[in-house]
Design a protein around this ligand. Structure first.
Ligand code: C5P
Length: 233
């Protein structure tokens, strides 16, 4: 399953900036946006309600990681906000992921972060004392998330193939680190174009700065959407 709207990462610090950005899109362009920690901690549920009032879908990227009871209760609250997708750290464990699913219910998609893409294999081995390859750890966490009843994982585009082999057919691989060819890669290290991401089987792409920092965000969005959704798998 491929979601045809690229998810726009709304990495802004305030509701005012979000309003100004979204005002550049026609009212009938139904978007899928990502709200991360900075924006949510600054503005709270008001930002979710505002975006929903415009009819857009929301991936609330808060990466919960706590004891199962706390995560279940927090997910119950997030479910009442009507978010369409949210996430946890797979490192919280099988029981925590099951609890998250119970709290959130089945209405929204629930995905897991495996190893953050900012973590190198050396850091994982020394900081977390995990003595396998990074890829093995990522695939292990993806399988665990699948068994715990989650819908998918956030992963680098380079990991999609291995994760698809290890999990159920509809398991979601949501991939950030997307750059249209010829654009500035910023601080991302391993990037793919929307077309490449479609080809290797990503289910969702997350795109931030190539749209939010563009001179013409609507045009940038439409070009990326065209390349992503128009690509034959
Ligand atoms: O601006 P850019 O397209 O790089 O934004 C990508 C978004 O995806 C940011 O919100 C970033 O935090 C998020 N992200 C990422 N890599 C991950 C997980 C999340 O870039 N592994």
């Amino acid at each position: 399953m491929r979601e045809l709207s690229p998810i726009i990462a709304l990495d802004f610090a305030s509701l005012e900036e979000v309003k100004a950005f979204l005002a550049q899109f026609p009212a009938d362009e139904h978007l899928f946006v990502k709200v991360g920690m900075e924006l949510y901690y600054a503005e709270g549920p008001a930002v979710i309600r505002y975006i929903k009032s415009l009819g857009h879908r929301i991936f609330l990227d808060l990466k919960l990681h706590d004891i199962p009871h706390t995560v279940e209760s927090a997910m119950r609250v997030l479910a009442t906000l009507g978010v369409d997708m949210t996430n946890v750290h797979a490192a919280g464990g099988f029981e925590m992921m099951q609890a998250a699913r119970r709290g959130l219910g089945q209405q929204a998609r629930l995905i897991a972060v495996t190893q953050l893409t900012s973590t190198s294999e050396e850091q994982m081995q020394s900081d977390q004392n995990i003595q396998t390859s990074l890829q093995e750890s990522v695939v292990h966490y993806a399988r665990l998330a699948d068994r715990a009843g989650l819908d998918g994982v956030v992963c680098s585009a380079q990991e999609v193939g291995l994760i698809k082999e290890a999990t159920q057919p509809d398991f979601i691989c949501l991939t950030p680190g997307i750059r249209p060819s010829g654009s500035d890669i910023g601080d991302q290290k391993r990037v793919m174009t929307p077309g490449q991401a479609a080809q290797i089987g990503s289910s969702y792409i997350v795109v931030g700065r190539p749209i939010t920092q563009a001179d013409h965000p609507l045009q940038a969005y439409q070009a990326i959407k065209q390349e992503w959704s128009g690509h034959d798998q």
